[in-house]
Design a protein around this ligand. Structure first.
Ligand code: ADP
Ligand code: MG
Length: 342
């Protein structure tokens, strides 16, 4: 045993445990942005502004016009496993919100300095909360209805993590990709992104195609065809590219399961299968596809960052997505749904 290490088992002090656990949720600046956008969407925001400086290491602010957090609840928002979104284990099988673990804000506060400025419609005055090095202070403050979370000096107290993420440019790129992912999935919500004071995205509320035009360009957006397919408990909607348009990577494929952006090899293969023989090899379709199904058929609690999901009926989902894409590509109505589909 190395010097200084004893064989005694001790429970770690809470601040040490919190910092270790935070590493699973908050890997990089883009993870902060993801969690804060999800909170804004869960709070029914119709406008979300994201601002970062120096790749997000120095400064991240996500401001929304959602419900706000009542003053008396505000300290709880920073407590671990404290959430307004689920109450029981059973709720996990019907969760409709993007968040439910109650881990994001406490994790961010464990590795950065956090300020929350918020007000609900019922309150005449807002509240400013500061969380630094485990201390929380609150003061009344002027605020519009909604919430603005500011995160400063990310990873200031975890230098190993900070060193591992060297380039602010690359991190800014990941933040941009994260904002695009939500902006493409939620075209009815206004998004704005500022990087080092420069406006990178201004997206007013609109249709999926208008959103795609803003992010992928007019030309690509005009080449997209709508997908609409329903069967029993499964609904697939969105936009996919005509076989004449392909990209050299899968970077333009966005999948949302009940509104949650997910990465999924299964969905990518299901999307691409109907393109076989239509797209040259090495070219991949573009897609913004929403898969909606009863929450009980999806396990969203596979991963702390919730980027992966498991389907209890994988084959039905695969089949559904492929049929939906096939139908859109051929322009023919969808065939009869086989009996016992679910
Ligand atoms: P979770 O989203 O899993 O519940 P978080 O740590 O992300 O956990 O947030 C904790 C709680 O703080 C949420 O359940 C919600 O009640 C509140 N909250 C966080 N961000 C916002 C926001 N932007 N608007 C309104 N409420 C928020
Ligand atoms: Mg959350």
């Amino acid at each position: 045993m190395p010097a200084g290490v004893s064989s005694r088992i001790e429970v770690l002090p809470p601040e040490v445990a919190a910092r270790i656990a935070a590493g699973e949720v908050i890997e990089r600046p883009a993870s902060v942005v993801k969690e804060l956008i999800e909170n804004a969407l869960d709070a029914d925001a119709t406008a979300i502004q994201v601002e970062i400086r120096e790749g997000g290491f120095a400064w991240i602010r996500v401001a929304d016009n959602g419900t706000g957090i009542p003053r008396d609840q505000l300290p709880l928002a920073l407590a671990r496993f404290a959430t307004s979104k689920i109450r029981s284990v059973e709720d996990l099988t019907r969760v409709r919100t993007l968040g439910f673990r109650g881990e994001a804000l406490p994790s961010i506060a464990a590795v950065a300095r956090v300020e929350i400025l918020t007000r609900t419609a019922e309150e005449t005055e807002g509240t400013r909360l500061l969380a630094e090095e485990g201390r929380i202070t609150m003061q009344p403050a002027a605020s519009p209805v909604g919430t603005a979370v500011t995160v400063r000096d990310l990873f200031y107290n975890t230098p190993a993590r900070r060193r591992f993420l060297k380039s602010p440019l690359r991190e800014a790129e990941r933040v941009r990709e994260t904002v695009y992912r939500y902006a493409l999935g939620y075209p009815e919500v206004a998004f704005r992104l500022l990087v080092d004071g420069r406006e990178v995205l201004i997206a007013p509320p609109g249709t999926a195609r208008e959103r795609a035009a803003l992010i992928w360009g007019r030309e690509a957006a005009e080449e997209l065809i709508p997908v609409f397919w329903e069967a029993a408990d499964l609904r697939i909607t969105g936009l996919i590219s005509r076989p004449t348009l392909g990209r050299s990577s899968r970077a333009f494929q966005y999948f949302y399961v009940n509104g949650r952006p997910v990465r999924s090899g299964l969905l990518a293969v299901a999307l691409e299968r109907p393109y076989a023989g239509r797209l040259p090899p090495g070219r991949y379709p573009l897609a913004i596809l929403h898969i909606e199904l009863p929450p009980a058929f999806v396990d969203v609690n596979v991963h702390p960052q919730k980027a992966e999901v498991r389907f209890s009926q994988e084959r039905s989902v695969y089949w559904g997505v492929s049929r939906a894409v096939e139908t859109a590509l051929s322009g023919f109505p969808s065939p009869e749904i086989p009996p016992g589909f679910w």
